[in-house]
Design a protein around this ligand. Structure first.
Ligand code: AHR
Length: 498
């Protein structure tokens, strides 16, 4: 069986914004405490951050990191997390029924993030707080000095301003579970006023307004339209959050999750452009998919059932080969929309629905989903091309008829590489992908890297951390302007030409 992908480097979608490959650190479960930060761990640095975890974060390749939430931020008092650590209060975190010790706060996080090669994307609390706390945090972070907040930062050990460019105006404010949940009208006004004040503190920042928490929210569409009607002139991005999981034994639908993400993105783009037209605006609002991943929410008992605890084990999902293929296919969807999706954050980074896992006092390891992410982040740089895919289809319960193959091509002129990321959603059969390269003369060598396994449920664990790793296939030859790759059943593939 065969599919074809027509590729022409003159047909450009857009440059890939490296911030598409971001991730997310929330004060939730063991993402921060006994995740990135564990004083007393054999690899801990002077500030208590684990070096083994930091090395994996660098290898993952995450140019931005969103922080500190998530639902956590909607009850967070950022001032609790600055100054002498022994004086910081212990608080109840109402989002995850956890005890927050505040041993890591904005200063520690910003130093650590830069150390692992990431720029921060900070979220402000628009749940229990508002304009004043947001503009104070921005002043603390970005104002050079000579004011109370900026001088406090200097006293706390950071003489230079952090220059945080990217800010989220709250988190999932459309969700009834959110502390301080609001209607679109309430949130839109608050977000617009917060944005106005923040821009007066630092006009160089970029701002993301909350969109919908997922495409199935009853307010989806209307929420974006109303929020943007209030905030259009003040913001640069609208956010999208989306998580996928396999329901029952319906793996065929799960493997097609990127079809849902495609639709979600295209519907939000349409809504942004509708508000642009009706409001008579010139600029375009772009998209920040600042929480996405596979998350087995059906296995989570719900935050209301948790016991109060410090750094509890929460949603430490173990990802299989199948999950890794879905993660890779979601990245294909993000890349395909590179003209409007500028920011992406894989949620989350460590332990909590994360590509990196670690044990207190023990090892850190890469989950199966680490690999397609790291390879796409490393190699998916350059210009996304508008390709023509012809592929057989299959029927899914969730999304109707969908293609068995999905693919995207990225051209990087400088090293002269063409990289195709492709998934085969067929659980049983291999599919030959014929890459039509006649419009790309000069490409002669190819490498093919694959994530696939005879056991689609195989996972990595502390005991077997490399059970699932990318494998190199030596099957692609370029001849007569075509390169043909055999995509194994249920696989994620990277085919790279030079
Ligand atoms: O990433 C886990 C949670 O998912 C976040 O706190 C929240 O924003 C979303 O609902």
């Amino acid at each position: 069986r065969q599919a074809t992908l027509g590729i022409d480097p003159r047909l450009r979608v857009a440059e890939v914004d490296p911030r598409l490959y971001g991730s997310f650190v929330e004060h939730m479960g063991r993402c921060v405490y006994t995740g990135i930060h564990e004083p007393g761990h054999p690899t801990a640095d002077d500030a208590g951050f684990r070096r083994d975890v930091a090395d994996l974060v660098r290898e993952l390749g995450v140019p931005i990191l969103r922080y500190p939430g998530g639902n956590f931020v909607s009850g967070y008092t950022w001032e609790d997390g600055i100054g002498p650590r022994e004086q910081r209060p212990r608080r109840l975190d109402l989002a995850w029924r956890s005890i927050e010790t505040n041993q890591v706060g904005v200063d520690e996080f910003l130093h650590w993030a830069r150390g692992v090669g990431s720029e921060p994307m900070l979220a402000v609390n628009l749940g229990t707080r508002g304009v004043d706390a947001a503009r104070a945090l921005l002043e603390y972070c970005n104002h050079p000095g000579g004011t109370a907040w900026s001088d406090l930062r200097r006293t706390n050990g950071s003489p230079e301003p952090y220059g945080v460019k990217l800010w989220c105006l709250g988190n999932e404010m459309d969700g009834p579970w959110q502390i301080g949940h609001k209607t679109a009208a309430e949130y839109g006004r608050l977000a617009a006023e917060t944005a106005k004040a923040m821009r007066r503190v630092d006009p160089t920042i970029e701002l993301a307004a909350c969109g919908s928490s997922n495409r199935r929210m009853p307010t989806f569409g209307a929420w974006e339209a109303e929020v943007l009607a209030e905030t259009y002139a003040q913001v640069d991005y609208i956010s999208l959050h989306t998580y996928y999981e396999q329901h029952g034994d319906d793996r065929d639908s799960f493997l097609a999750s990127a079809v849902d993400l495609d639709r979600f993105i295209e519907e939000v783009v349409a809504t942004c452009d509708h508000v642009r037209a009706t409001g008579g605006h010139r600029k375009r609002i772009n998209l920040s998919v600042d929480e996405w991943n596979v998350w087995y929410q059906a296995r989570f008992a719900g935050e209301e059932n948790l016991e109060w605890a410090q750094a509890p084990r929460l949603i430490e999902d173990t990802y299989s080969v199948t999950d890794a293929v879905v993660v890779g296919s979601l990245l294909i969807s993000l890349l395909r929309h590179a003209d409007r999706v500028k920011i992406g954050c894989l949620a989350q980074l460590v332990n909590v629905i994360a590509p990196i896992r670690c044990e207190p006092g023990g090892p850190a390891w890469r989950q199966a989903s680490f690999h397609p992410f790291a390879l796409t982040s490393l190699n998916g740089r350059g210009t996304v091309l508008r390709t023509v895919l012809q592929a057989p289809g299959y029927a899914t319960t969730a999304y109707g008829d969908v293609p068995l193959i999905d693919a995207v091509a990225v051209h990087d002129e400088e090293p002269g590489t063409l990289t195709v990321f492709a998934v085969n959603r067929d659980q049983r059969q291999q599919t030959a992908l014929d890459l039509d390269l006649r419009a790309c003369p000069g490409l002669i060598t190819a490498e093919h890297v694959v994530i696939a396994d005879t056991d689609a449920d195989a996972v990595n664990t502390a005991e077997a951390p490399d059970r699932v790793v990318p494998r190199r296939l030596d099957d692609v030859k370029v001849a007569d302007g075509h390169g043909i790759a055999a995509l194994p059943p249920l696989s994620w593939n990277m085919i790279r030409f030079q």
